[in-house]
Design a protein around this ligand. Structure first.
Ligand code: CP
Length: 312
């Protein structure tokens, strides 16, 4: 019998700060010496249940499990599964619990992975649920910050773009507040500001300053970490609103010339128009490295949730 207690990761607050640090530290070790972990999950199966499109989250999870010596099953289009016949999340996950050892689910509806976790007998990871949470992007982001800035604490962090529906922002901002970030700068059009409930909870629960801005150039000189996000077409109810807001921001070399020399530019990707290609070769643009580090953050998470001993 495996006495390991089942844990899920539905939102970053399912993990203590100590556990987040443990995943980040292990992710860093895995990045530095991946071959040492190539048999860590031998015989284990990861299921990827993606009800919504993905490039990085799905493929980095699959790469992570393969690099750990495990195997993968799953779907990237729910219509190729019995979901198309009307099967519920509860029934799907009950059956997947018999076929896999751990599962990651992305779903357009907020709360779907949490619902799945209630019916699962294996660990469930939220791979992004609607405009709500994206906890494994947060693990990726923490690892990236650790690698480039050495500490996660104490930076001035700006979020730019769709702060209303951006699940990567919602997950990361509260997590960085838990890490004692003192100042956040929130750059968005008026229609896409951070939800009031989240702003209130940040102010109530943490000793943090929130500054709102409309334009990147007004605040760029103050920023240590600039987290760009895309205006998300799929979260709009009508095409006209998206068309009006889609080109709200463009970070380019001209704007970067006013930034600190050691500022980093992060982006969960995909980008659409918000970062010019001339930023890609600037050492401050770390978003492709961030996508790469997602593999190692997810390798660390898989071993943690499976209770695999990687202390070697
Ligand atoms: N960062 C992220 O979630 O990317 P995908 O949508 O491609 O998975």
């Amino acid at each position: 019998m495996n006495n390991h207690k089942i844990r899920h990761l539905i939102e970053p607050e399912d993990f203590t700060l100590e556990e987040l640090n443990e995943v980040v530290a292990l992710g860093k070790k895995m990045y530095e010496a991946p071959a040492e972990y190539k048999r860590a999950c031998e015989g284990k199966i990861l299921a990827t249940l993606f009800y919504e499109p993905s490039t990085r989250t799905r493929f980095s999870f699959e790469t992570a499990m393969l690099r750990l010596g495990g195997s993968i099953i799953g779907f990237s289009d729910a219509n190729t599964s019995s979901v198309s016949k009307g099967e519920s999340i509860a029934d799907t996950i009950r059956c997947m619990s018999a076929y896999a050892d751990i599962a990651v689910m992305r779903h357009p509806k907020e709360g779907a992975p949490k619902l799945a976790s209630h019916y699962a007998s294996i660990p469930i990871i939220n791979g992004g649920d609607g405009g709500h949470q994206h906890p494994t992007q947060t693990l990726t982001d923490l690892l990236t910050i650790k690698m480039y800035k050495e500490t996660i604490e104490g930076h001035t962090v700006a979020f730019c773009g769709d702060l209303k529906f951006g699940r990567t922002v919602h997950s990361l901002i509260r997590t960085l507040a838990r890490y004692n970030t003192k100042k956040f700068i929130l750059i968005s059009p008026e229609e896409l500001t951070l939800p009031d409930t989240l702003k209130r909870s940040l102010k109530q629960d943490f000793d943090v300053e929130l500054q709102e801005a409309r334009y990147i150039e007004d605040v760029i000189s103050e920023i240590d970490i600039l987290y760009m996000t895309r205006i998300q077409k799929e979260r709009f109810f009508n095409e006209a609103d998206y068309a009006r807001l889609k080109d709200s921001y463009l970070l380019n070399q001209s704007k970067l010339s006013h930034a600190k020399k050691d500022m980093i530019v992060m982006h969960p990707l995909p980008r659409v128009n918000e970062i010019a290609y001339d930023v890609d070769d600037d050492p401050r643009g770390v978003y492709f490295k961030q996508a790469e580090l997602g593999v190692y953050a997810r390798m660390a998470l898989i071993t943690k949730l499976l209770g695999v001993d990687v202390s070697c």
